[in-house]
Design a protein around this ligand. Sequence first.
Ligand code: ZN
Length: 381
Amino acid sequence: MALPELAPDEILRYSRHLILPDVGVEGQRRLKAARVLVVGVGGLGSPLALYLAAAGVGTLGLVDFDAVDLTNLQRQILHGTGDVGRPKLASARERIADTNPHVQLESYETRLTSANALEILRGYDLVVDGTDNFATRYLVNDACVLLGIPNVYGSIFRFEGQASVFATAEGPCYRCLYREPPPPGLVPSCAEGGVLGVLPGLIGVIQANEAIKLILGIGEPLIGRLLLVDALGMQFRTLQLRRDPECPACGTREIRELIDYEAFCGVATHGASQDDVPELTPVELAARIGRREDFDLLDVREPHEWAIGKLPGARLVPLGTLEEAAVALDPTRPIVVYCRAGVRGAKAVRKLQEHGFNKVANLTGGIIRWSDEVDPTVPKY
Ligand SMILES: [Zn+2]
């Protein structure tokens, strides 16, 4: 297929590429011909989509279903303060079009699922994975292996990140590295565990770099290597990865179609197991406090979260210390527990029930819903 020509204003725009011997006019025309799908326009997707657009990648597909939230702005540089509440795709499109109007944007305002992934991914030369959860990561990997499209992977947590290039003809895939997802709840998400704001910038730019190298066919992409980035120690290490002949995706090829990734990662069962936990709403709790009912109110978050804000009359008992603390609690007294969003609270209730406490309840939606429905002066985070 003939490569597209560059217009005079494109020649000027990309001049610093054109004078690079490894890129040149032909490389720039390759970039213009390239079709890259960016899954998620959040922390990783922001820098990588901006740099791919600025570099002159001709067609960018963008997949996201979320709206911009104030907590995104600490790292998701595609979106601004005025975009809060708008669809992420709307602000992403505007920002990218301003960076480079020559880029064709194809947007998919949907959650990537087993039902639509093959249809969306098909026709792209490369997929860059900017997702933040295991279910979508396995979905992207398996879809890339099935379609034979390289998957430029990145992930971040707190002060650490990883990047690699999976699902190429010669290299391993994500399942060669991690055959099975971790048990649900074992690895906290960035929403639960936090992430340094510049970290997705570091990793997203590395993903953009790998994507551009793959398009140009230059350098040594991270095929068969896992890059580990430690932002605190500022160390970059690479581990050699080998293709696993027993890998169900790229080895034995027993995965012939996309599966239910939520179930595979235990997301569904994880949610369902909270249903049997006694709960009370913020309004009900406020009423009990107002009536000066006699009960213990336990905050099962961590001390640094307690420092952000707490409920009146609460006692701090971090979840990890609950079993020790339970010895000193009266099992005949009613207990209400709460956390940030309700998940750890539910775990705390189950733990206390195992120790013979039967008048325990969890505050539905945690401190976030308390702030929304009872007292907005208690900060959400
Ligand atoms: Zn594999």
